[in-house]
Design a protein. Structure first.
Length: 483
């Protein structure tokens, strides 16, 4: 009786379709039974990690959509659209994570202590403590030195002994520092010792004053190579530079990151705020590209014969991948890609595949509204969580951890981590160790937490794990603990 009454009351008072941010929808419709702080009441706690009716995203979705009338949980599928129910799932996952991480003992290393993880123990060492501003990526020179990019456009050298050269390399290409963009990726050609080529990924474009005297910026990610001689950047050659008509004023989603393999370079251009543009093969944004390492288009690229398609495109439908790495065991290429609020992805990159953004996403808008976009005719379309012909991620993270930087551990200093994927994360300030078998994720573990925002993670030729941190701006490394 009581239950029936409650349901009738709830349905009667909340019935009209609702269009609001997810926080408001929760407080209006759910807090009465599940608590203002999700702690539970008539309905159970939604943040204790205990899910009586199934703990996967799909099961939680079902619990909300179908309800459980005998127990007193209202079916909400007539009140909320599927994308709103999906937004509830993301929102509840965020709250659960926030609550559970309070009591959690994640490995947060400090300099003087050994840090224990499931399989290996490590010590944290400082490589560069001072003098870097917004470091972005690291590459390892054969003499034991390292190259580091700074977002403002500087390419800097750290000596084998660990000293940061106060002077940046002179004559590096001009970059447009704008929002998330600037000088980003740096990598050496696999035959660097012989040919000396250094590759950079940067925001390329123009900054000019408009009629109102305001700065107007137009830019897009580009790839360039050059050599370093006597502390100068020389022999510069552009590898990929989009037509200026593709430049945009947006300060977001530049992508970058390179992988070299068999004479090819794979590189990422983020969606640049273009949303549905990433589904358009005549545009460079929201794509992973493949070129010969001198910039020529490989004749067997998947879209070379497609009318109006850019021939460098290898895969498309990407939002903002900022991790790219190849599994040495089987040559499989992986990317980590920033989702919006919810739905960060690990993708297995296959030629011609469409990874779905913004048609498919597991996330929602930052303001708590379900994800939507302007479709091909400019009409508003709601995103969905899966769609035939669009490749789903290998795994995803809800809530988002803000994936950035990716490398396979192939060294011998941490033998139990051999061939594991190291996934950096900015917002969650962590490194995840992800075990991949037969192209599937079999387990994952946070091995590094709360030292700073992880911008890049890379194994050095010495087998140590280098971490490029923002806030504070530092480079540190993980070395095996003695015992
Ligand atoms: C009238 C009270 C009531 C309202 C309103 C209500 N719920 Fe529930 N909810 C319940 C009850 C009762 C259960 C079953 C609890 C149990 O089995 O422990 C439940 C279960 C759930 C579950 C499954 C929990 C589990 O452990 O698996 C989810 C998820 C959930 N509710 C979400 C929501 C959301 C989201 C809203 C708002 C849109 C909402 N509920 C509104 C009463 C309510």
């Amino acid at each position: 009786m009581k239950v029936t009454f409650l349901i009738t009351l709830a349905l009667a008072s909340f019935a009209p379709a609702q269009n609001a941010k997810i926080e408001e929808l929760y407080h209006k419709n759910c807090a009465g039974c599940h608590g203002a702080n999700f702690e539970g009441g008539v309905g159970g706690s939604l943040v204790d990690g205990v899910w009586n009716h199934g703990s996967s995203d799909e099961e939680i979705y079902r619990s909300i959509a179908k309800g459980n009338i005998p127990l007193g949980m209202i079916p909400w599928e007539d009140t909320f659209k599927p994308d709103q129910i999906r937004a509830f799932v993301i929102f509840l996952r965020e709250q659960e994570k926030k609550n559970l991480s309070k009591g959690q003992n994640l490995p947060s290393p400090s300099l003087d202590q050994q840090t224990k993880t499931e399989l290996e123990n490590y010590r944290l060492e400082m490589v560069v403590e001072n003098g870097l501003k917004d470091p972005w990526a690291i590459a390892f020179l054969p003499d034991g030195g390292r190259l580091v990019t700074e977002k403002s456009g500087k390419l800097r050298i750290i000596s084998a002994a660990g000293k940061l050269d106060p002077k940046a390399i002179e004559g590096t290409p001009q970059t447009i520092e704008h929002g998330q963009g600037g000088l980003m990726e740096v990598a050496l050609h696999p035959d660097y010792a012989k040919n000396g080529w250094v590759y950079l990924g940067l925001s390329d474009g123009t900054r000019a004053k408009n009629d109102q005297g305001k700065d107007e910026v137009r830019c897009i990610t580009a790839v360039v190579r050059g050599k370093i001689k006597n502390h100068r950047w020389v022999n510069q050659e552009w590898i990929f530079r989009a037509d200026p008509k593709f430049q945009s004023g947006a300060g977001v989603h530049f992508g970058t990151r390179f992988v070299f393999d068999k004479g090819y370079i794979y590189f990422v251009i983020g969606e640049r705020g273009g949303m549905y543009e990433v589904q358009d093969l005549s545009r460079p944004n929201g794509k992973i590209h493949r070129l010969h390492d001198d910039g020529r288009v490989p004749r067997d690229n998947p879209f070379v014969k497609t009318k109006d398609a850019m021939p460098s495109i290898w895969s498309y439908g990407h939002r903002n991948p900022q991790g790219l790495a190849m599994d040495a065991r089987d040559g499989a290429l992986y990317s980590t890609e920033h989702g919006p609020r919810g739905g960060d992805e690990l993708n297995l990159i296959l030629p011609a595949h469409n990874y779905g953004w913004p048609v498919v996403t597991l996330g929602m808008h930052y303001n708590g509204m379900p994800m939507d976009y302007n479709g091909p005719d400019g009409q508003k379309v709601m995103s969905v969580t899966q769609k035939a012909g669009m490749t789903p991620p290998v795994t995803s993270w809800v809530p988002s951890i803000a994936v950035c930087g990716l490398d396979f551990y192939t060294g011998d200093k941490f033998p139990k981590w051999k061939n594991d994927l190291l996934v950096g994360a900015l917002a969650q300030k962590e490194i995840r160790r992800v075990r991949i078998e037969n192209k599937s994720v079999v387990s994952q573990e946070t091995i590094f937490k709360d030292v700073g925002r992880v911008r890049d993670v890379a194994m050095g030729p010495d087998g140590f794990i280098y971490v490029v941190l923002n806030g504070p701006d530092r480079i540190m490394r993980l070395v095996p603990a003695q015992d």
